[in-house]
Design a protein around this ligand. Structure first.
Ligand code: SF4
Length: 322
């Protein structure tokens, strides 16, 4: 086999919102013991979900499956207000691990709705984040998935205020095209004060673009339902390089390596770093020790506070220990 070099994208893997959501479930398990109910996958990664399940987390699709009065954690993707309503009807103890950057989009939607705006949400149907955001103002929000959807939208009255919002984990380049089409069709449309596509999504896409220039193959570690991971594969392919999404090292097809000398590796915002180490191990098993370097495009140091109920419980434990 030809010599292979591995180049890792930086930044890659866990973002601040995922880190916070996963730690929220871990802390809830430590503080309260099992079971801790979690509505939907806490983050879109099979390994993370299985690991937390093994430690006592119980993943459910809807709060109706959670026993009355029990604790439930909401995932990083956010929930519609109706889910909060159902939870209080069932007297559930809610720990909301919605990423603060998703909450920001919910707040924008609420503000625009209160001011009588119609909104166009750029995103993917059925993604949990989109379902949650649309739930803030279901009658005022229309989903736009692709540029081809724009000509099919109604002729809104210019007298009615119009704004667009975006899902946080989209392709920056693809979204730009949709926004341009919306602005051309509705010149009065208002943009969010600050980009909705989050820092982690933008940074990982910028990093994979540079990685694609330096490699012959880009492997993206992430689950198929992880929006930001799927976008990384698309960005790498658009940059002209062969790219594949893999859940872990068991999904690497040796045929992909034919004629490949430099392999780029990155991981979606919900994929733990241990999976990157396992992929490196897969190559080392076949090729022996090989050069591994990192291509850093930007340094990230974002972190978010844990949800308030967890911080309060930890403060009580600390006080008891003193
Ligand atoms: S990808 Fe962005 S919006 Fe989603 S959890 Fe991470 S930081 Fe938050």
């Amino acid at each position: 086999m030809p010599p292979i070099e591995l180049i890792l994208a930086a930044p890659r893997g866990y973002c601040a919102g995922v880190d916070r959501a996963v730690e929220t479930v871990e802390r809830a398990l430590e503080l309260q013991g099992a079971p801790v109910y979690v509505r939907k996958q806490i983050v879109h990664n099979l390994h993370v979900v299985r690991d937390l399940e093994a430690r006592g987390a119980v993943f459910v699709d809807e709060v109706a499956e959670v026993p009355e009065g029990a604790t439930v954690v909401f995932s990083a993707h956010g929930v519609a207000p109706t889910v909060h309503g159902e939870s209080s009807e069932r007297r559930l103890d809610v720990i909301d691990a919605t990423c603060p950057l998703v909450t920001k989009v919910h707040s924008e939607a609420k503000r625009y709705a209160q001011r009588g705006y119609r909104m166009l949400l750029i995103g993917h149907a059925a993604h949990e984040e989109v379902v949650g955001t649309m739930g803030e103002a279901p009658d005022a929000i229309t989903l736009v998935e692709t540029e081809a959807d724009v000509p099919l939208l109604p002729d809104y009255d210019p007298a009615q205020p119009l704004a667009y919002l975006t899902q946080t984990t989209l392709s920056v380049d693809e979204t730009r095209g949709i926004i341009e089409a919306l602005k051309a069709r509705y010149p009065w449309i208002v943009a969010p004060a600050k980009d909705d596509i989050c820092y982690a999504t933008s940074n990982r896409q910028a990093a994979v673009k540079e990685l694609a220039k330096a490699t012959d193959l880009v492997l993206v570690i992430g689950s198929a339902n992880s929006s930001n991971s799927c976008r990384l594969v698309e960005v790498a392919r658009e940059a002209g390089v062969q790219s594949h999404l893999i859940e872990d090292e068991t999904e690497i097809d040796p045929a992909w390596l034919e004629g490949v000398e430099r392999v780029g590796i990155t991981s979606g915002a919900s994929a733990p770093e241990r999976l990157v180490r396992r992929v490196i191990g897969w190559f080392e098993e076949r090729h022996g020790p090989l050069p591994v370097s990192e291509l850093e495009t930007v340094h990230e140091d974002v972190s978010f506070n844990l949800p308030r109920p967890i911080r309060r419980a930890l403060a009580v434990v600390d006080a008891d220990d003193q």
